[in-house]
Ligand binder design. Sequence first.
Ligand code: BES
Ligand code: ZN
Ligand code: ZN
Length: 502
Amino acid sequence: MFTVKLSSEAPELIEAPALATWVFEQSNPLDGPLAELDQKAGSRLKELVEAGELTGKAGETLLLHYPAGFKTQRLLLLGAGKPKKFSPAIDVRQLAGLATRFLKARKVTEFTFWLGRDHATPEAAQAVVEGVLLANFDPASYRTNGKKEKPVADLQLVGFDAKNEKEVAAAVQRGQVIAEAQNFARELANEPSNRLTPRLFAERATAMARDAGLELDVLDEARLRELKMGALLSVAQGSAEPPRLVVLTYTPPTWKHGQPILGLVGKGITFDTGGISIKPSDGMEKMKYDMAGGATMAGAMRALAALKPAHKIIALIPLAENMPGSRAQKPGDVQIAMSGKSIEVINTDAEGRLVLADALTYARQLGATHLIDAATLTGAVVVALGYVNVGTFGNNQKFLDAFLASGRAAGEKFWVLPVDDDYRDNIKSAIADIQNVGKGRGGGATNAAIFLKEFVDDTPWIHLDIAGTAWLEEAKPGMAKGPSGVAVRTLIHFAEHFSPDA
Ligand code: BES
Ligand code: ZN
Ligand code: ZN
């Protein structure tokens, strides 16, 4: 259980295992509320500044035990970098995450975060709660040797007036819903493929939908066949594990027929061997997270069920295991997608676009008027953007701009890449309507996007290639290495602010 208490007490009077706050990198890092306190405490902190031990550089941590003038057992000072660049949504979350990872590594599982008078806003309170919970996530979920770190369980926030207590409490609640949704997505992406097959993913989604109060439909193989989802079925046919298509629906009480529906589609390949176009064994274990896009959408829906936005939202997660079994599809095979388009499968490792093609078609059949998909789709996006930005594509500038604004608000990074029709020739096939890989060497992430575009027609659509960002190769100050849950927060923000006239 995670508890949050709010307090308006003076920080020096707080009795806690630890009190964390931040200092900026500036000529005097103690400028601000700490200066006053330090004077009372005999300028001990000032001595540390003069000695160069406390600079305020981003990521810096300085832990003081039984600091003079304070009642707390420990004072943790966090470097916040230059004040000009400071934003609550990004920096406060990261600082709270940094404090959490620092303290829990030292077995401190209860702490107080002091926001300072100027920054004690509901937005910052939300950011602290998110930062703590995201930093609490531990990917070592199958470790049995008792060495697992205990998460931070009790958080106190100080600096608030009693005046805005209600708003702050609501913001704390929001922060918890959002971070838990992101952690849910991370948990799924972290599961090994033997413990998260398409059927098991569907079971987890079913349990989540029941708890969250979402409508749910799980389509089995027979129904996928009835719907003629030839592209999705072709990916699954090489595996003994049958495919599934999970459909989650959130309907606001005021929704009426004909009103816009936001459709979220997430790639759910529970393991990607590449199929007959098999991948090299080096690093193949990572292909357990090839369902991260599906996990992202499941996570976003979990939060939206609680946050209750004004519009109807559906999420579709096509689930399959891409295996080179004896019934596997082979390079050169032609498949007929649900939309009726014929696809020449040149490379069985370009399977994500195949399962997404049918899910996008079905989303439109279910009434989606706007579409966003998320997928660990291409190695090429990693070549283009590395591990920092999500490769972002769209066919409607207004829709895309609104999404990018949500990304900034949620503190996540998206970089737009092209999908204009000049790339269309790259996927021309000699035998079918299109082929599943592009010709030529470059532009692999765009070729994948242009393939998806064939299945959305004029529906406003955004495609997120999260192959480089769904998994952190290195820990960040506030996040363990492993699954990141990227885009969950942005999608939640976007769905809450969705204005369909785009
Ligand atoms: N799942 C992979 C993409 C991927 C790569 C995800 C690295 C995460 C990290 C996808 O199915 C794939 O194999 N794509 C191929 C496409 C190619 C055959 C056109 C790729 O990018 O190599
Ligand atoms: Zn693949
Ligand atoms: Zn894949």
